[in-house]
Design a protein around this ligand. Structure first.
Ligand code: COS
Length: 384
């Protein structure tokens, strides 16, 4: 749903200009320094990018899902690290509070997340659980008016920067099912919470992950999301449903950028006396990429509209995440191929993008998990 086309177009134009004039020229620097320059972060705050999807009542822009994916298409036409920093505040790092939090929890954390004063992070994965998220072993034991958390979370995006963590932990040790899990907000600086050293990754320099370790970490009982035990796994799944739609839009944007670069290169690069864009085998790669990006974009917009209309889009979001991430991998591969030898050289952005986008098929649920979610939903619907 688009509430006001003119206002959205203004926002999209602003983001497009910001990406072109400020982010793309700084891509190399971010990759070299493994950090987003502080002045860029400040500009992101000013543009309201940290609060795109947070409710207006808490200082965000309150974008609908369709509006949010329209902005994500643009924002992703540069290094994924830029989007990653604002991504957790708008997505998995805040949505647990937005979807299931109490009013007091929303008032306490959402305004600062929306202003970008706090970075939010989502801590589900553990050394012993990932795709099979249910059997997680971090525990939260109630002691008076606190919960005592023990356990380790792994590969946690933006953890080195985070001011708050949405943490899934088992409050009922006797219940090994998803029903024994609860979700908490844990603030940075809480005694017993420590961070590992940042992971050395294949790509996505400038976006950071690390372990988050809880050792007798005492968290106020008021930080139990929604004030209810046993529903934390469902909170996590609802957060991921929305996250998968947002991230699928990001894959579309990144693919658009890679295809733009490949097309420009194909028009400039001459072989056999002609620009390589004139060769049909190059054209086939360009055309397949264009068609697949168009299909992915259409899927994402359709699923976003359905979510705005109140439909349960768990299956559609998984379809978008699966198709768009796999599509993005194919586009990256073709774009390198079109660049030829240049595609293997770090002077060209495509070499970096090729490594950056490999993560897309893995995080926020691997392609195989999306297949599982889709097939299960099909079977469930067939037997209803
Ligand atoms: N929305 C709301 N509730 C949901 C849900 C959703 N999208 N998906 C599942 N649930 C509920 C189920 O209805 C079930 O509730 P009941 O017990 O009341 O019926 C409960 O959650 C458990 O669901 P299920 O039995 O399907 O869980 P499983 O452990 O079998 O599997 C998968 C769930 C595999 C889909 C889940 O573990 C998953 O998504 N894994 C990937 C995790 C991931 O994306 N990690 C990436 C890193 S985090 S960025």
């Amino acid at each position: 749903m688009i509430r006001d086309r003119e206002t959205l177009d203004l926002l999209i134009d602003t983001v497009r200009r910001f990406v072109r004039e400020r982010l793309i020229p700084n891509e190399h620097r971010v990759a070299d320094e493994d950090a987003i320059p502080e002045e860029i972060v400040a500009e992101m705050r000013e543009l309201g990018l940290f609060g795109l999807s947070l409710p207006e009542a808490y200082g965000g822009l309150g974008l609908t899902m369709e509006e949010e994916v329209s902005v994500a298409f643009e924002l992703a036409r540069t290094s994924p690290a830029f989007r990653s920093l604002i991504g957790t505040n708008n997505g998995i790092g805040s949505q647990g509070i937005v979807i299931d939090g109490t009013d007091a929890q929303k008032e306490r954390w959402l305004p600062r997340l929306a202003r970008g004063e706090l970075i939010g992070s989502f801590a589900l994965t553990e050394p012993g659980s990932g795709s099979d998220a249910g059997p997680l072993s971090t525990t939260a034991r109630r002691e008076g008016d606190v919960y005592v958390l023990d356990g380790t979370k792994r590969y946690i995006t933006n953890a080195p920067e985070a001011g708050i963590f949405t943490v899934m932990a088992r409050t009922d040790p006797a219940d090994k099912s998803a029903g024994g899990i609860s979700a908490f907000v844990v603030e940075r600086g809480t005694p017993g919470l420590t961070l590992g050293t940042p992971d050395r990754k294949m790509g996505q320099r400038g976006a950071h992950t690390c372990d988050v370790v809880f050792e007798r970490c005492r968290v106020p009982a008021d930080n139990l999301i929604g004030g209810r035990e046993g529903v934390g796994f469902k909170t996590a799944m609802k957060v991921l449903d929305k996250g998968r739609l947002h991230i699928a839009a990001v894959f579309v944007g990144a693919s658009e950028r890679m295809l733009d670069d490949a097309l420009r290169y194909a028009l400039e690069r001459k072989q056999f006396g002609r620009p390589i864009a004139e060769f049909q085998l190059i054209q086939a790669m360009l055309a397949d990429s264009r068609a697949e990006i168009y299909a992915s974009r259409s899927m994402v917009v359709d699923a976003a509209r359905r979510r705005d209309a109140g439909e349960d889009v768990a299956m559609e979001a998984a379809c978008c995440k699966l198709f768009a991430s796999e599509m993005c991998g194919r586009v990256a591969d073709r774009a390198v191929q079109i660049h030829g030898g240049a595609g293997y050289i770090a002077d060209y952005a495509i070499e970096r993008f090729f490594r950056d986008v490999r993560l897309f098929r893995i995080y926020e649920g691997t392609s195989q998990i999306q297949q599982l979610v889709i097939a299960r939903a099909m079977i469930r619907r067939a037997s209803e």
